[in-house]
Design a protein around this ligand. Structure first.
Ligand code: ATP
Ligand code: MG
Length: 171
């Protein structure tokens, strides 16, 4: 097992701005265990970056999550998840099936997230102000995660180690 601090059967919700490294971290798990919003945008529209496809992709993600939670399958949600409204249905699905739900914050500095947009293809580039807003929302989320129902909050460092805390979240 790659991450001994995670139960065999739980929901992992990645939280972080675009470019933070969520999908890179997610790639350390078997592909069938990762529900990627980007991949599902691609599944419904042939274009992973098509923002207009997001709401359909979210619907599909929630359906797949429900099926996996009902089977008590270890599952990772790879999406920014920086808003409470995005996280709420994920936590609710886990709770319906008495599955532990763990937040993993990918708290890469905003400046790095912005720089990492440069080499991306045009349809996958997120504007710098959007990335900074996502980063700020991620930072503001941190104190409310336990109250939202997360059983644990971990931080992923640059070596993909999952730690219970960071000394600070830098901007
Ligand atoms: P999005 O929300 O837009 O999908 P993301 O959080 O999934 O973004 P990734 O695509 O995983 O971000 O990573 C963005 C870039 O950062 C990639 O080029 C990746 O190779 C690089 N990267 C990710 N994690 C690390 C790391 N720990 N060290 C160095 N580079 C990294
Ligand atoms: Mg990604």
């Amino acid at each position: 097992q790659t991450y001994p601090q995670l139960p065999d059967s739980c929901l992992v919700v990645l939280i972080g701005a675009s470019g933070a490294g969520k999908s890179t971290l997610a790639s350390t798990w078997p592909v069938s265990q990762v529900l990627s919003l980007d991949a599902l945008r691609g599944a419904v529209s042939d274009d992973c970056g098509l923002q207009e496809a997001t709401s359909d992709a979210v619907d599909v993600l929630h359906l797949l999550l429900e099926c996996r939670m009902a089977r008590r399958k270890f599952t990772v949600v790879d999406a920014t998840n920086v808003t409470k409204s995005a996280r709420e249905p994920l936590v609710a699905a886990a709770k319906r099936h008495n599955m532990p739900v763990i937040a993993v914050m990918v708290a890469t500095p905003a400046s790095v997230c912005v720089e990492r947009q440069d080499p991306r293809p045009a349809n996958r580039t997120v504007p710098a102000d959007t990335v900074r807003a996502q980063h700020k929302a991620m930072v503001h989320s941190h104190p409310t995660l336990l109250a939202e129902g997360f059983n644990e909050v971990l931080f992923a460092d640059s070596l993909y180690r999952l730690e219970p805390y960071l000394e600070q979240i830098s901007n």
